[in-house]
Structure formats: structure tokens, C-alpha cells
Write a new protein. Structure first.
Length: 124
């Protein structure tokens, strides 16, 4: 069972890191290309971009704060055999179920590892 916990921890560290990298790239892409698009838009449409850019950056920051950072913390905690880490990863795994196809696979694997861990701990 420890092998599965280690695999799960590494999966969450990698997925959290990739989410942070993706949000940084998205933010950079928006910051670079939106001014060019704003120049092409008429003065009547520029108000949309003034509202849209901070909104997208806020969504990216929320994803990082609520999903990516806890995934990395939970993965590191599980590697260090902390008792709270598997429960944290279970909660994050339930949210990952909605991210098809890779997130769904990680979420199902998380639920399986959690259930196997509790099944073996009750029989011992």
C-alpha cells in the first residue's frame, strides 16, 4: 500500500506543479496579447478588455490558491507519512473527478488508495 501512496503523492506534486505552470503561462499570454487585441478593437469594445483581464487573472490565482498549492502540500505530506495528507488528497481528488480525462483518473485512483488504506487499517 505504501507504493500506491508514494505514486499518488508524486502524481499530486506533478499535477499541482503543472497547474501552477499552466496558470503562469496563461497569465503571461494574456498580458502579452491582450494589448494588441485591444488596439484592434474599437473604443466601444475596449471596456470589455479592461474588465476581462483582471477577471481571468483572478480566476487563475484562485485555481492556484485553492487547488494547486494544496495538491503540492498534500503530496509532500503524503511522502512524509502525515496522517492528514491522504484526507486532503481525497478532497482534492473529488474535485479532480470533473477534470476529464487525466484528472478523472487521478481522482478515481485517489479514492481507491483512500479506501484501500482504510480497509487495511481496520483489518489490522
Amino acid at each position: 500500500m505504501d507504493v500506491h501512496k508514494r505514486i499518488l503523492a508524486i502524481l499530486y506534486i506533478i499535477s499541482g506543479s503543472l497547474q501552477i505552470l499552466g496558470m503562469i503561462l496563461l497569465s503571461t499570454f494574456i498580458s502579452i496579447f491582450i494589448p494588441f487585441i485591444m488596439d484592434e478593437a474599437g473604443p466601444d469594445a475596449q471596456w470589455v478588455f479592461v474588465w476581462l483581464v483582471p477577471f481571468i487573472k483572478t480566476i487563475a490565482a484562485c485555481v492556484i490558491i485553492f487547488f494547486s498549492i494544496p495538491a503540492i502540500i498534500g503530496g509532500i505530506g503524503l511522502l512524509n507519512s502525515k496522517s492528514w495528507a491522504l484526507t486532503l488528497l481525497l478532497v482534492l481528488g473529488c474535485f479532480k473527478l470533473f477534470s476529464f480525462p487525466i484528472g478523472t483518473a487521478i481522482g478515481i485512483y485517489t479514492i481507491w488508495v483512500y479506501s484501500q488504506n482504510h480497509k487495511t487499517s481496520k483489518t489490522e
